[in-house]
Design a protein around this ligand. Structure first.
Ligand code: ARG
Length: 470
């Protein structure tokens, strides 16, 4: 093998240095070297099984590929950008190591099916890692929810105090979001774990390949159905980015709550020291930088999704070099999402809530106003009238700087004669929560049931998060 291009048979003249820099992708795709080598080994074994190569040739290739891998892992491998990408770098070094037989590896294969196979394996592995992060996140939230089944705080609509809820219920809402994300990944994997190997450049190949054998060796679940689709489909990357975007959005919403709740005006939460920073000028400050950064980074992930949509939207079949632009965004997104999940899971486990501040916030927000209206309905008033009377009492209490439950019976009766002593039991926050028995509601028993379901789910999914790759 000379240092000339592997495809230069029909070319003359030197490639411009700028063009080389512009077109090469080694810096980005070298992170797939493991997948690339695994695919090549599987391909070589399949070629021998089909009689395209001898067993001995395949053995030489497999052995040589293992040597390339260890050179890369030991840092002894010299990456050459003039070889364009990971595929050419690996093949070139292989041929240096094993001689002419190295040139047989690419029989019945193209970089078009090769890069798609490598990337699918890479994406699938990352999705597994996100699932493991989600599992930890869900576990962290459910541990906190378990500890706060009796802790009450205002539930908000329009960011205005609305009705009392348990902190467990609030945290379990996020559990539902992250569980959906986990399930989205499971579903997405069905379309990621499809082997394109055998599609070759675009039309399949004349060699008697066995794509099912190659796919099975690599742990793919299925084989491509159409060669042209196989080399040009990047939906699996889009789906991965979409899932990542949804997860980042969920994390970002949670971050927003942590930022609000750790603000002294709320005071519901103290951020653990390890996850906050101080100000260089204001000594009193404890800034929620970690959740702020996570909220900010969500923007980048959404950007990566939109960027890939834009790359793909006008592409004719089949492979176009534009497709080389499918990787940076995913790699960047993975880095961001994986670390965000891990940091947030760890942080969630050590959050310190302040139930006392939460209780006080309920008082100032007239969180039991709906209870008073319902009480009046039970006394026989139509709901609209009950609503109006309650509104008047809220205004009265507000004027006096009191909660509804602090108004005397005389004051209450002054607005509506149907109110009796039993109103105080109705206004009790604890009782308000307990009354919401509807399945999925914030009632204590309903929340206890939700928690049990989540614990069962965590147990069920524990094994599938341990790792394992395509
Ligand atoms: N580096 C290329 C990519 O990432 C590999 C495939 C190149 N195929 C080709 N026909 N030039 O898409």
């Amino acid at each position: 093998m000379t240092d000339k291009k592997m495809w230069d048979g029909r070319f003359s003249g030197e490639i411009d240095e700028l063009v080389l820099d512009y077109t090469e992708s080694t810096e980005v795709d070298r992170c797939f070297y493991k997948q690339d080598i695994a695919c090549s080994k599987a391909h070589a074994r399949m070629l021998a099984r089909q009689g395209v190569l001898t067993e001995e040739e395949a053995e030489q290739l497999v052995h040589g590929l293992d040597r390339v891998r260890s050179e890369i892992e030991q840092g002894a491998f010299v990456w050459r950008k003039d070889l364009e990408d990971v595929h050419m770098n690996v093949e070139h070094r292989l041929t240096e190591l094993v001689g002419k037989v190295g040139q047989k590896l690419h029989t019945g294969r193209s970089r078009n099916d090769q890069v798609a196979a490598d990337f699918r394996m890479y994406v699938s592995e990352k999705l597994e890692s996100w699932s493991a992060g989600l599992w930890q996140m869900i576990r962290g939230l459910s541990l906190q929810a378990g500890a706060h089944q009796e802790t009450l705080l205002p539930g908000y609509t329009h960011l205005q105090p609305a009705q009392p809820v348990t902190l467990a219920q609030h945290l379990l809402a996020y559990v539902q979001m992250f569980k959906r994300d986990f399930e989205r990944i499971e579903d997405c994997q069905k379309r990621v774990r499809v082997s394109p190997l055998g599609a070759a450049a675009l039309a399949g190949t004349t060699y008697p390949l066995d794509p099912a054998f190659t796919a099975a060796q690599l742990g793919f679940d299925r084989v491509f159905a159409n060669s042209m689709d196989a080399v040009s489909d990047r939906d699996f990357v889009l789906e991965g980015l979409f899932v990542a975007g949804v997860i980042m959005n969920h994390l970002s919403r949670f971050c927003e709550e942590l930022i609000l709740w750790s603000n002294p005006n709320f005071g519901f939460l103290r951020l653990p020291d390890g996850f906050a920073t101080g100000s260089s000028i204001m000594p009193q400050k404890k800034n929620p930088d970690v959740p702020e950064l996570m909220r900010g980074k969500a923007g980048q992930v959404l950007g990566d999704l939109v960027a890939l949509f834009t790359v793909l939207k006008g592409l004719p079949l089949t492979y176009n070099r534009d497709l080389q632009e499918d990787k940076q965004g995913f790699i960047r997104t993975d880095k961001c999402l994986d670390s965000s999940l891990r940091i947030m899971a760890a942080m969630t486990k050590v959050l310190v809530f302040d139930p006392d501040r939460m209780r006080r916030a309920m008082k100032s927000g007239f969180l039991n106003a709906t209870e008073l209206a319902d009480y009046l309905v039970h006394k026989g008033l139509p709901f609209r009238e009950a609503h109006r009377i309650t509104g008047r009492l809220v205004a009265l209490a507000e004027d006096k700087g009191l909660g509804l439950e602090d108004l005397g019976l005389k004051e209450l009766k002054g607005v509506s004669r149907v109110i009796d002593e039993d109103v105080y039991a109705a206004l009790d926050y604890q009782a308000a929560v307990a009354r919401r028995k509807v399945p999925g509601g914030t009632g204590f028993e309903a929340v206890g049931f939700q928690l049990k379901e989540v614990e069962k789910w965590l147990e069920d999914k524990k094994g599938s998060c341990a790792g394992g790759s395509v």
